[in-house]
Design a protein around this ligand. Structure first.
Ligand code: NAD
Length: 271
């Protein structure tokens, strides 16, 4: 599949004039989302901690679409810096129409081995950051009459996954937070979640390495174990996840609100 070429699924001006903020955009699903939104004509602000990775991503984005793109260095764990950074961004580039809440997942391992302190950083960079961003951006979204807020979380909100209990806990909190907001936000603002399954990014490589270290299983065995759970028998391409995220950002998706959409190759058994 050539999702940024011949098989690109949307019109190249589907998001023209829309300003998108993609968090956790330096690699993986975030970077793929930035690319697909740029291809749809959006002006994309890509945010993460690494300036160089974001600048080189912006160069790629410029070749994909007609929008203007910007690198924004922001550590989502530094909660107090989020509001002023976003205020400056909006002053420079105008209001944000589409917010993609995304950040690196928590480390794996049995939940009982986690200390209370282990919860702090992941909750800061996901829940606290997303809440601060929505509080900062929702009033202007309401004023301009358009808002799309999309969280990248995990299928574990429907079926907790063994040995990543900290992640399961966090994702459940994010899903409940988003569902609660779906009843509070202005009618022109939608909020939805995308739930990735086994997706071909560095996050999955690091989870495989931690299982190998803990259990001694070979990386091939870990991979085979994962694929045996997935009816499509392959990893998801991050651009496939990005395609679902972009769909939820479109004007035509304004009737979809408060849902969690799995992009997991059919791994979830629940309805
Ligand atoms: P990834 O680790 O490849 O990318 C995460 C991105 O977040 C990177 O750009 C990283 O720099 C950024 N980031 C991390 N900490 C940050 C911080 N403090 N401030 C700002 N940016 C920060 O992850 P991915 O595979 O693209 O996954 C995206 C999300 O989806 C993660 O939460 C992940 O746990 C979840 N997920 C992934 C999979 C998978 O198979 N890849 C499966 C289920 C859920």
């Amino acid at each position: 599949m050539d999702l940024l070429g011949n098989d690109y699924p949307y019109s190249t001006n589907a998001l023209t004039g829309k300003h998108v903020l993609v968090c956790g955009a330096s690699k993986g699903i975030g970077a793929a989302t930035a690319k697909m939104m740029a291809k749809a004509g959006a002006n994309v602000t890509v945010s993460a901690r690494s300036h160089d990775a974001l600048v080189s991503l912006c160069e790629e984005l410029s070749e994909l679409g007609s929008g203007e793109h910007k690198a924004l260095v922001l550590d989502l764990e530094e909660t107090a810096s989020i509001k002023p950074t976003i205020q400056t961004l909006v002053e420079q580039r105008g209001p944000i129409h589409i917010l993609v809440n995304n950040a690196g997942g928590p480390p794996g391992g049995p939940l009982l081995s986690n200390s209370v302190e282990d919860f702090e950083a992941p909750f800061k960079r996901h829940l606290h950051a997303a809440h601060t961003l929505v509080q900062s951006l929702a009033p202007a979204m309401e004023k301009i009459g358009y808002g799309r807020i999309i969280q990248i979380i995990s299928t574990s909100v429907k079926e907790p996954i063994p040995n990543i209990g900290l992640s399961n806990t966090l994702r459940g909190a994010m899903a409940s937070w988003a569902k609660s907001l779906s009843r509070e936000l202005a009618p022109c603002i939608t909020i939805n979640n995308v739930l990735p399954g086994f997706t071909d990014t560095e996050r999955l490589d690091s989870l495989a390495a931690s299982i190998h270290e803990r259990t001694g299983k070979s990386l091939d065995d870990v991979h085979e174990g994962w694929m045996s759970q997935v009816p499509i028998e392959r990893l998801i391409d991050p651009l496939e996840t990005a395609s679902a995220i972009t769909f939820l950002a479109l004007p035509a998706s304004g009737g979809i609100r408060g849902v969690s959409l799995a992009v997991d190759g059919g791994r979830l058994r629940s309805i």
